[in-house]
Ligand binder design. Sequence first.
Ligand code: HEM
Ligand code: FES
Length: 352
Amino acid sequence: MSVKYVPVQWNRAKWGYDAALMVGIVVFLWIFLYVAPDALNHERPINPPIRNARAFGACAFVMLTIILCIGPLARLDARFLGLLYNRRHFGVMTAAVALTHAYFVLGWYFAFFQGASRWETVLFANTSYAQILGFPFEALGIFALICLLILAATSHDFWLKFLTAPVWKAVHFLIYPAYAAVVGHVALGAFQSRDNDTMALIFSAGALVVVALHLAAAMKERGRDPVADGVDWVAVCAASEIAEGRARIAILPSGDRVAVFRHEGQLSAISNACAHQNGPLGEGRILDCLVTCPWHGFQYDVRTGRSPAPFTEKVPTYNLRVDGGRVLVDPRANPPGTPADPVPVPQQEAMP
Ligand code: HEM
Ligand code: FES
C-alpha cells in the first residue's frame, strides 16, 4: 500500500491456493479423458486433438462458472467469503486452460486447411452468420477467449494503477459478455451433433446456477435497499442488526455503497470500496479498529478511513447518527481519510 502501485506479494497461502487449483484442473482433465471418456461421446468420430480440445474447453467452462458463482455466494452467505481470496489467479488459470482448448482446436483446423489463409478458416469455414442454428460458434469462442486474455493480461496491480480502479473494474465486467459468449459457443456448437446428454446437462446446470445465484444476491441486496429518511439522511438498518466486528452495507441514492461497522459498542461508516481494487470492505472483519479487505488484505481504520502507517491508502468516511434505534447515514461522503466521530450503539440496542 503506497502512492505507487504495490503488487500483492506471494506468500504460502497463495502457493497453496495455486497448487490446489492446478491439482483440481489435472483431476478434472484426467476424469474427463480417462475415467469417464463416455462423456466425450460424439456422433462424429473423435480424434485426439478434438478429444483434448473438449476436455480443456469443458474445464475452462467449469472454471469460469465457478468464478462467476463466487461473488454472489459471498454476498449471500458470509461463510463463502474465503472464496474471494485470489480470484485473479483463478481467472488467469482459466484463460490459460481456454487458450489450450483453442490451441487444440486450431491444430485440428490447420490439419484440414493448409496454406496462408488457414487462420481465416476458423472464421470463414462456415459463413452462416445470418442464422442461429448453424451459426459459426467459433466466433463466439474467439470473442470469449479475447476477453479472457484481456482480463488475464490486465489482472496485475500495475494495470489497476495505470487504468485507475473504475476503468479497471469496468474492463473486468467483460467477464459477463465473455461468459454469455461461451454459453452460446457451447450451446450452438458443441451440442449440435452430440448423442450424449451428460455434458449438455452439466453445462446447462452450470449456466442456470450462475444466473440463479446472481438473481438471489440481487434480490437480497434489494431487500436491504435503504429507505430515504428526511431530506439528507439515509436509513441503513436497526443498530441491533449489526453484529460486533462486522458491517452492514447500504446503497446510497448516488449508487455508492457504504459499510457501517460496529466495533466495541460504537458505529463507524466508511466507503465499501477498497482503494486497492474496489474490494468489498463491508465483508471484512475488524480487529483493533482495522478492517481487513477480504480480497487482498489491505487494512483501514474504520474511524478515519486510513490505512495504518507506513501505508497511505485512504477511503471516504461517512457521518452517522442513531435515531429511535435506526442507524442513519449522511449520504455526502467525507473526503478520503477524514476522521468521523464514532456513534455509540444505544444501550437498549446492545447485542446479547
Ligand atoms: C479461439 C477460440 C475458440 C475456438 C476457435 C473454439 C472452437 C471450438 C470448437 C471447434 C469446439 C467443438 C469441438 C468438437 O466437439 O468438435 C469447441 C467446443 C467447446 N468449447 Fe471452444 N473454442 C474457442 C474458445 C473457447 C473458450 C474461451 C471456451 C470456454 C471458456 C470454450 C469452451 C468450449 C466448450 C466447453 C466446448 C465443448 C466441449 C465439449 O464438447 O465437451 N471455447 N470449441
Ligand atoms: S481490493 Fe485488494 S485489498 Fe482490497
